[in-house]
Design a binder for this molecule. Structure first.
Ligand code: ZN
Length: 253
């Protein structure tokens, strides 16, 4: 390759990287519900649309919805109680709580915009306050806009990786930095959601100490050699318990 084109490649590479940083700065906004500054490149309406569109497929992957209507309404009742008594009510999100038929996988998760899921395997181990803890944690992911933030972060790193691989052969190195960053953000998301979950429990009149019981249940469910999905994507329950205690003190539960 001629020296001239090598310089042009570096220049284009740097221009792409600079573009990624400028775009990231212009996409920074303060989350009005958590007060945290984050990078977001979609509207609340888009978050809701993504969640509503993905919900049926996600449910299907867990054996569909649990067939007992009474249990479905109970999950709805607890979820709505948390929403109605907290800042979640003031958000544009449309909350929907689903009990999944899956009785093998201990898991709960939220899609952007307010679609919240819990598997029967986890549900069947919880009392009402503990269920409120799990659902409160998931509402925390919605309000924290964690999915939207991860999407924005990953498109940022994709652009950086592209710039780096045009400019030099460093694409893989930058790519791996990006992945680590995503993972780290994910853990921060979990702790933020635990804190919000504690706050929502207190707001709705549930004993926030039950959130600690949830962590113990998750830990016990893990067993000596089985890691449930909920935990593999979440920080160690012991670390979470410490932060939950801090949150309970902070919000005076
Ligand atoms: Zn979580």
């Amino acid at each position: 390759m001629r020296r001239g084109s090598w310089k042009i490649r570096i220049f284009i590479g740097l221009a792409i990287v600079a573009f990624a940083f400028i775009q990231r700065c212009s996409n920074k906004e303060e989350n009005p519900y958590t007060g945290r500054e984050q990078t977001i490149n979609m509207t609340s309406e888009q978050e809701i649309a993504i969640g509503v569109q993905s919900a049926p497929e996600i449910a299907q992957q867990h054996g569909g919805l649990y067939p007992d209507e009474r249990l479905q309404s109970f999950v709805d009742f607890v979820g709505e109680k948390l929403v109605d008594n907290s800042i979640a009510r003031e958000t544009p999100y449309e909350y929907d709580f689903h009990l999944l038929a899956d009785d093998q996988t201990i898991n709960a998760f939220a899609l952007p915009g307010g679609q919240v899921f819990i598997t029967y395997a986890l549900f069947s181990q919880l009392n009402e306050a503990q269920l409120a803890g799990v659902l409160g944690h998931e509402i925390g992911h919605v309000i924290g806009r964690h999915s939207a933030e991860r999407i924005a972060e990953s498109s940022f790193w994709q652009t950086i990786t592209m710039g780096a691989s045009v400019g030099a052969d460093a694409g893989n190195i930058v790519g791996s930095i990006g992945q680590n960053t995503l993972l780290k953000n994910g853990r921060g998301d979990e702790l933020e959601s635990d804190e919000l979950g504690v706050l929502f429990m207190i707001n709705a009149g549930y004993d926030p100490m039950e959130m600690i019981e949830v962590m113990k249940i998750l830990k016990a469910a893990a067993g000596p050699n089985r890691v449930p999905e909920f935990q593999s994507s979440h920080p160690d329950p012991e670390n979470r318990i410490e932060k939950i205690r801090e949150a309970i003190t902070k919000y005076g539960g």
